[in-house]
Design a protein around this ligand. Structure first.
Ligand SMILES: *[C@@H]1O[C@H](CO)[C@@H](O)[C@H](O)[C@H]1NC(C)=O
Ligand SMILES: *[C@@H]1O[C@H](CO)[C@@H](O)[C@H](O)[C@H]1NC(C)=O
Ligand SMILES: *[C@@H]1O[C@H](CO)[C@@H](O)[C@H](O)[C@H]1NC(C)=O
Length: 329
């Protein structure tokens, strides 16, 4: 009989011991990752078993070491009215609610049962906030390069979901513009002057209208001089214009040459340059009241640090005046 009672006592003791061991507070449920839009509300739930005697915290993970305390039990610590905490006793669930979610709310939230100062039992849930792309500063800015170089245009953007980057080119006389490639990096293996111009990096992720950056690519190149008409006739005593088209970058020095000598503005000649863009100019030499000695070869010449180029225009004599410009006189 005694033995039997002892047995019961032992059993009770061991049950108590087991029960005590099981009473270690545990987080039994935590919300899955939440993805919300800016301005929405979100609830993060944390259920605890055997946690009644211990403080249950919601914290925001700021870094590996730093935590921003939000709530302790059913009281709010953070001084932000968008946050609220509620408790359902039935299932010991602490629900952290955030209204009017902002981009800054994204991150990892920690639910913690503080058993002892140095013995927390944490669990983590991620809050993702959808926000529209924003191209970051480590993306390529306007730049100048020289012909033949291999160049890389890079573009990165923040945003959630992760934005897609695509490249477009402003339409120019040499290309129709439009989409070039998708991806962070646009490589131009051996750049030519025809590759110069405006490029667009466009970041989209389905949120908002996306973000665009304009990158102006300037290519330095040696001058290319072309004559609009390499043979030009005019009758004696009439004016005639000789015209050259010059492409070069940096902008070149432009000169007109006849019989090995540079022409300057005087009563026989008038020179005018007209720049249509940084790297394009038209130059006109007006030969005023043509005299016999003014027939022959003219050269228009352009020079910059990458080189020098010229083309010839022959002015020959005609019997009948040629117009324009002669007829305007
Ligand atoms: C806890 O109970 C509340 C209300 O009774 C319910 O809304 C909530 O979903 C429950 N939470 C869990 C994790 O079961
Ligand atoms: C560019 O900057 C963003 C944000 O600052 C960063 O996430 C990304 O890793 C950077 N990319 C590179 C290639 O440096
Ligand atoms: C024009 O270019 C040719 C070929 O480079 C060169 O031989 C000639 O001297 C140049 N003429 C002038 C006037 O610069």
């Amino acid at each position: 009989m005694k033995k039997f009672i002892l047995g019961i006592l032992l059993t009770v003791a061991s049950i108590t011991e087991i029960t005590y061991a099981q009473r270690t507070p545990t987080i039994s449920y935590l919300s899955q990752e939440q993805i919300v839009d800016i301005g929405q509300s979100v609830e993060l739930k944390c259920s605890v078993v055997y946690g009644d005697e211990y403080p249950v915290f919601w914290l925001k993970v700021e870094s590996i070491k730093d935590r921003l305390p939000i709530s302790s039990g059913t009281s709010l610590i953070i001084g932000d009215s968008r946050f609220s905490i509620s408790y359902y006793a039935d299932n010991s669930t602490y629900t952290l609610r955030i209204d009017n979610v902002q981009q800054t709310d994204r991150g990892i939230y920690e639910c913690r049962v503080q058993v002892a100062v140095d013995n927390p039992t944490p669990a983590y849930v991620q809050l993702q906030v959808r926000f529209e792309p924003s191209i970051t500063d480590n993306s390529t800015n306007n730049f100048i390069t020289t012909e033949g170089k291999s160049v890389q245009l890079e573009c990165y953007a923040n945003g959630y979901p992760a934005p897609t980057i695509s490249w477009r080119r402003q339409s120019v006389p040499f290309s129709s513009g439009g989409l070039i490639i998708k991806g962070n990096i646009l490589t131009i293996p051996s750049i030519t002057k025809d590759d110069r111009g405006i490029y667009y990096c466009i970041a989209t992720n389905g949120v908002g209208r996306g973000h665009r950056r304009i990158i102006n690519v300037e290519v330095e190149f040696a001058p290319v001089v072309t004559a609009k008409r390499p043979y030009v006739g005019q009758a004696l005593t009439y004016d005639q214009d000789l015209e050259c088209h010059v492409e070069a970058y940096p902008p070149p020095a432009i000169s007109w040459i006849k019989d090995g000598e540079e022409i300057s503005n005087n009563r026989d000649y008038r020179i005018s340059h007209f720049a249509t863009a940084d790297e394009i100019s038209d130059t006109t030499l007006r030969v005023i009241t043509v005299e016999k000695r003014q027939y022959g070869m003219f050269y228009c010449k352009a020079s910059n640090k990458y080189g020098s180029h010229n083309t010839s225009i022959e002015l020959f004599e005609t019997i009948i005046p040629v117009c324009p410009p002669a007829c305007n006189l």
